[in-house]
Write a protein that binds this ligand. Structure first.
Ligand code: AMP
Length: 305
């Protein structure tokens, strides 16, 4: 089994959706990513929290085989905090605040025995930190990354340097448009590929995900759900499922990537059913497999004779 290392945020979030409001919810890009990837392969998290963070909140990840040894706890420090409000259609959200806190002075230092991990995921975090982690790794087999509007607008030049060294980028539609400077997603994907990543996945929230790989485009819908409560973390959970599947397969051919999109979409569809990562805490692989089957059925069209 191929090990996977993720660097990203471990956070507490305040979230408001049309279905409720909750504060101090467990969050962070690395948290959701690790949850998604843990269904396929052993995961190692690199990140930072403050002394205010209750590390036992990550116990569900540990139970799923996630190694938390790379999470640094800063004495007296405050954990990264994000607060957001979703619009009525849930596909749009406003960030109300981003408090970097311990992230501002974080200097990732990878355990020596983690440096030859074959699959590296540079989760949504400061692109300078993404690169610091990349530089400590010994020739990873594959490097994938995610980013967010916050970093695209504040440190674009640093992000460009990171992207130049990335094999696959997974972003949402708004971020793809912002990064490429064009409203058309096909053109945006081509522009992003010219920046470095040869494989690009564009997530479109409840409208599914597009995969651009070699000269092919693949599309998977999002699963139509009646009960969506909180989309926070769906993108990271998708990325975790997608990349975890690839790490387990050990291949990046077209068929593997298409199946990876389905597994990522299935995992994300569970994430949105409850606030924070709550739905992922009890989710079984059997449930994931059933939803992947439901996904395959969703767009299967028999030809009439
Ligand atoms: P997603 O909904 O998949 O985009 O991920 C939401 C998670 O990303 C939340 O749990 C936040 O804590 C985390 N987050 C929000 N803003 C940032 C940021 N600028 N950098 C890293 N992580 C962030």
């Amino acid at each position: 089994m191929s090990q996977l290392l993720v660097v990203g945020t471990v956070a507490t979030d305040d979230i408001e959706t049309p279905y409720g409001k909750e504060s101090n919810v467990l969050g962070g890009s690395a948290t959701y990513f690790a949850a998604g990837a843990s269904y396929f392969t052993p995961v190692r998290i690199v990140g930072v929290v403050g002394e205010d963070f209750q590390i036992e909140r990550l116990a569900f990840l540990k139970r799923r085989g996630v190694d938390l040894a790379g999470i640094e706890v800063i004495p007296g420090g405050k954990t990264f905090h994000w607060s957001g409000r979703y619009h009525h259609d849930l596909n749009h959200r406003d960030t109300l605040s981003t408090d970097l806190n311990v992230l501002e002075t974080f200097q990732p230092d990878l355990p020596a025995e983690w440096r030859d991990t074959p699959y590296l995921f540079l989760g949504n975090i400061d692109p300078v930190l993404q690169r610091q982690v990349l530089e400590q790794m010994k020739r990873p087999k594959l490097v994938a990354a995610d980013t967010m509007n916050f970093w695209i607008s504040s440190v674009r030049a640093e992000l460009a340097k990171t992207l130049a060294r990335v094999d696959a980028l997974i972003v949402n539609d708004e971020e793809a448009r912002q990064l490429a400077g064009t409203p058309n997603l096909v053109k945006a994907a081509h522009a992003i590929r010219a920046m470095g990543p040869k494989t690009v996945v564009i997530k479109k929230g409840e409208h599914g995900a597009l995969l651009f790989h070699e000269d092919k485009v693949f599309f998977a819908p999002a699963y139509p759900l009646e009960d969506v409560r909180d989309p926070t973390g769906a993108g990271d959970t998708f990325a975790g499922g997608f990349y975890g599947y690839i790490a387990r397969a050990g291949r990046t051919d077209g068929a593997t990537l298409r199946n990876a999109v389905l597994y990522g979409s299935a995992l994300a569809s569970f994430c949105v059913e409850a606030f924070g990562p709550a739905a992922l805490e009890t989710l079984t692989m059997k449930q994931v497999e059933l939803r992947v089957e439901a996904f395959r059925d969703l767009t299967r069209v028999e030809e009439l004779r």
